[in-house]
Design a protein around this ligand. Structure first.
Ligand code: X8Z
Ligand code: ZN
Length: 618
């Protein structure tokens, strides 16, 4: 080779790439914001259409938009690596951090795999939304047998709503569901998720590959990286919080089990083991309010049946949402925009499949607020409406920020806002709305009210903690596909003290898929955090409102000072690490379960008395 050429080649090989500067990083995140905004808007429009009208076309359309977004995020994350180690201004630094953790479903750079991942994810959520249990083979009009799977007027299908209604009737005053009906409804729904299993396996494999390219060991680790601390520290945090609240859960479990064992007999509900999952009034045994009449502490107290009042007073879905909005506006927050009322989905359309699982949206990232629900007029959905509006009010207060800052301080914050306000739905507030006739007056009334509350809030805690434990174990590979169901039920027992109805559930089934967030790939630890955080938020708002009595007696309805404090935190979005946001509202920098324990202190003391002499635990 000519010597001059050798020198030139050496020069080329040895010149390091130009070093990225902080200015480059700033320009990068500016462009990122513009690009992401376009991609996010297109994606959420496609998602909205799909979720409110599930067809093969809308599914593919949404999958295609997701694919584009995934491709962009994959390359943007790689491009951002060149800013590693640079001293950057806090906003730029934070956006680069948020970019890395922004996707719950990171895709590999291989285009074919990315397409497969996007299609798989869309199919899984679609399967859940379309899930029905059909009984074919009933006699047709002419008395002939209708073959299994045949669609037609004699094929009777029930969707999640209908099957959940059966479970919810465990303690119905007029016509309670029998043990066998409960078992049948539970089994019918849990059979619908069988076919998700191979798709879920692929989702795990492909998204894990994506997570590795994003610099995490597996997808669970990437999810655990989203809390301004190391993944290992976050796992410890969740354990610390769970340890704080577990004794209260154990007391509740012990009391409820004893009552159910008495009702159904020790052969059906063992006095010392786990509670069968179909006997807690909810498809997933995650919230137990429907068993309240079976476990009511004191008979003959003021009725707490809000559902009956809502129906008597002719509430409709719109009116229920208006009631929710009025709570927020009473605290000085703005009304929802007119487009909210015309664009939301409040009721289940008669003629098409939709994703009924409730959600809240800002479709264009610019105050285009909506909720998507299939509202029933009952107490459960009154609470869910407040929950969803909490999301909308977060959106409303940060929509002027860069898109990467348009998120909760962490995802648990987002889930906790509406719930925090529902803690102010006290008997006094309900009475003022004529949704209760009389106030629970003495200690007995208080215990009834708190027990009903705890069946929602406390019963949920171990469920909230276990779901992602299962996924974390699946994503690391500790749990292999051949043990999906086995591990699911191990964790259900370990955390919740719940067992599968009628014996073991084999690997023929895929019971995790019967819970929306698994096929929809929504991380779940957020709900566990939210159950703790909401009480912390409530305590802080009560302090701002000048409340001095016990925490469970406080309502911040109508309190502008509490509203202003809340608003200040909401407006931060995810622009600062979450401890900063928490401090803005509460003065604390740590998540802390003492507020939820304080709130339920009267009930816990009472439960301890009731459980005396019982062998608690399982
Ligand atoms: O999924 C939800 C909300 C939408 S973010 C309706 N929740 C969890 C669930 O239903 O499992 C709220 C409580 C827990
Ligand atoms: Zn939510």
């Amino acid at each position: 080779m000519h010597s001059l050429l050798v020198v030139a080649a050496l020069f080329v090989a040895q010149t390091p790439p130009p070093k990225a500067t902080p200015d480059d990083a700033r320009a990068f995140v500016k462009k990122l914001d513009g690009d992401l905004r376009k991609l996010y808007v297109r994606q959420s429009q496609a998602e909205w259409i799909k979720s409110t009208y599930i067809t093969d076309d809308t599914e593919q359309n949404a999958a295609a938009m997701n694919e584009d977004l995934m491709a962009y995020l994959n390359q943007a994350n790689k491009a951002a690596l060149r800013f590693k180690g640079l001293k950057l201004d806090p906003d730029t630094e934070r956006m680069l951090y948020l970019l890395r953790i922004s996707s719950a479903l990171p895709a590999p750079s291989d285009a074919a795999k990315r397409t497969e991942l996007a299609n798989t994810a869309a199919k899984l959520e679609g399967l859940y939304g379309k899930g029905k249990s059909c009984k074919a083979g009933k006699p047709g009009k002419d008395g002939k047998h209708v073959p299994s799977g045949a669609e037609g007027p004699t094929t009777e299908c029930r969707d999640l709503q209908q099957l959940s209604d059966v479970l919810g009737k465990i303690a119905d005053k007029k016509k309670p569901a029998s043990y066998d009906q409960l078992l049948e409804a539970w089994t019918a729904w849990h059979d619908t998720s069988k076919e998700m299993r191979p798709l879920y396996e692929r989702l795990v494999t492909l998204s894990n590959e994506g997570a590795k390219e994003f610099g995490s060991g597996d997808l669970g680790e990437l999810w655990r990286s989203a809390y301004d601390m190391s993944p290992a520290e976050f796992e410890k945090e969740t354990d610390r919080l769970w340890t704080q609240v577990k004794p209260l859960y154990d007391d509740l479990h012990c009391y409820v089990r004893a009552r159910l064992s008495k009702k159904y007999g020790a052969d059906k509900v063992s006095a010392t083991g786990g509670i069968p999952a179909h006997l807690l009034g909810n498809m997933w045994a995650q919230e137990w309010a429907n068993v309240y009449p079976l476990v009511e502490p004191y008979q003959g107290q003021a009725s707490l049946d809000v559902t009956k009042k809502l129906v008597d007073q002719k509430y409709d879905p719109q009116k229920l949402v208006k009631l929710g909005e009025s709570f927020f506006t009473s605290m000085g927050l703005d009304p929802l925009p007119p487009s909210f009322w015309s664009r939301s989905q409040f009721i289940k359309p008669r003629d098409r499949d939709v994703v009924c699982h409730a959600s809240a949206w800002d479709v264009t990232y610019s105050n285009d607020l909506r909720i998507k629900m299939c509202i029933k007029v009952d107490e459960e959905d009154l609470i869910t409406v407040h929950h969803e509006l909490g999301h909308n009010y977060y959106f409303q207060n940060y929509y002027t920020k860069p898109v990467l800052f348009q998120q909760g301080a962490n995802d648990g914050f987002h889930e906790a806002i509406g719930d925090a306000l529902t803690l102010s739905i006290t008997p006094e507030y309900l009475k003022s709305l004529k949704l209760l006739d009389t106030l629970p007056k003495d200690e007995k009334g208080l215990i009834n009210f708190q027990l009903k509350d705890a069946l929602e809030k406390i019963a949920f805690l171990p469920f909230g903690r276990m779901i992602d434990q299962w996924r974390w174990d699946v994503f690391t590979g500790k749990t292999k596909p051949a043990e999906y169901n086995k591990h699911w039920w191990e964790l259900r027992l370990k955390y919740q003290g719940v067992v599968p109805p009628a014996g073991a559930r084999t690997e023929e089934f895929f019971d995790p898929g019967a819970k929306y967030h698994i096929p929809a790939n929504v991380p779940y630890m957020r709900y566990f955090l939210a159950r703790i955080l909401q009480f912390q938020f409530h305590r802080a708002m009560c302090q701002a409102a000048g409340h001095t009595g016990p925490l469970h007696t406080c309502s911040v309805y109508g309190n502008k000072a509490a509203g202003a404090k809340l608003k200040a935190m909401l407006a931060m979005g995810s622009s600062k690490p979450w401890p900063d946001a928490l401090e803005t509202l509460t003065g604390q920098r740590q998540m802390d379960a003492t507020a939820i324990l304080d709130y339920f202190a009267p009930l816990q003391a009472w439960l301890k008395e009731q459980n005396k002499g019982q062998q608690c635990g399982w």
